[in-house]
Structure formats: structure tokens, C-alpha cells
Write a protein that binds this ligand. Structure first.
Ligand SMILES: [Zn+2]
Ligand SMILES: [Zn+2]
Length: 120
């Protein structure tokens, strides 16, 4: 089975994801924009039981009720997203994988909230 590793910039927070992701999708919502600083976010979603933290555990920020966004408390890099809306899943930002080229987005979420110049 394929195992994909990733982590934050300072390498204190690390994770492993087993197997193929459930989805790879760009999200154009304002909450992702504000919490990552990027125009849109590309998420790689796994079942929670297919992923585990291997370095230090991240800190979590509740960007809204029922949402946990994981980030490194030392280097500040945002890594993950979990929500009561999608129970049993943990989503990682594509850029924190050691080999982000392994994934290609296949869809867009909340396209209508995207910045006007974003082409998908
Ligand atoms: Zn870090
Ligand atoms: Zn979003």
C-alpha cells in the first residue's frame, strides 16, 4: 500500500497517510483563504483511520463551530482540516506533502466564492 508522508516547514509536525486519498479538491471558501493566506486551498482528503501524526501533534484552531484546523505552533504552517460536517475524515493541504506531485485535483468546492481571476 502506498504511504505518503508530509509535515510542516520546521519538520516538528509530521504525518503519514496510507493508501489512496478519498478526494483531491480545491476549496475557494473565505475561511480557507483567511486561514491559509492563499487565494484558494487544495485539499487531499483521507479517512481518519488512514492517517496519523508521527512528529509532534499540531495545535488546533477552531475557525468555526465543529471545525479543527491543525497548524504547527512553531513555524505556523497550516496542515489539516477536520469538521463535524465530514466525520471520520482528515484533509491535508497539498503543499505540506513531501511529494505533492503525487496528487492532482479533480474538482472545485465553493467555486462561486472564488476570486474572479482564479482559473480552474
Ligand atoms: Zn513547524
Ligand atoms: Zn474551504
Amino acid at each position: 500500500m502506498t504511504t505518503c508522508a508530509g509535515g510542516c516547514h520546521c519538520r516538528k509536525v509530521r504525518f503519514l497517510a496510507e493508501g489512496a486519498p478519498k478526494f483531491v479538491t480545491r476549496c475557494h471558501c473565505e475561511s480557507c483563504r483567511k486561514t491559509t493566506g492563499a487565494a484558494f486551498s487544495t485539499w487531499v482528503g483521507f479517512k481518519t483511520d488512514a492517517v496519523r501524526w508521527t512528529g509532534e501533534a499540531p495545535a488546533f484552531y477552531a475557525s468555526s463551530t465543529g471545525v479543527k484546523r491543525g497548524y504547527c505552533r512553531d513555524c505556523g504552517v497550516p496542515l489539516s482540516y477536520e469538521s463535524d460536517k465530514w466525520p471520520g475524515e482528515r484533509h491535508f493541504l497539498i503543499g505540506v506533502f513531501d511529494d505533492p506531485r503525487a496528487f492532482t485535483p479533480t474538482g472545485d468546492y465553493l467555486r462561486e466564492d472564488s476570486l474572479a481571476w482564479v482559473k480552474t
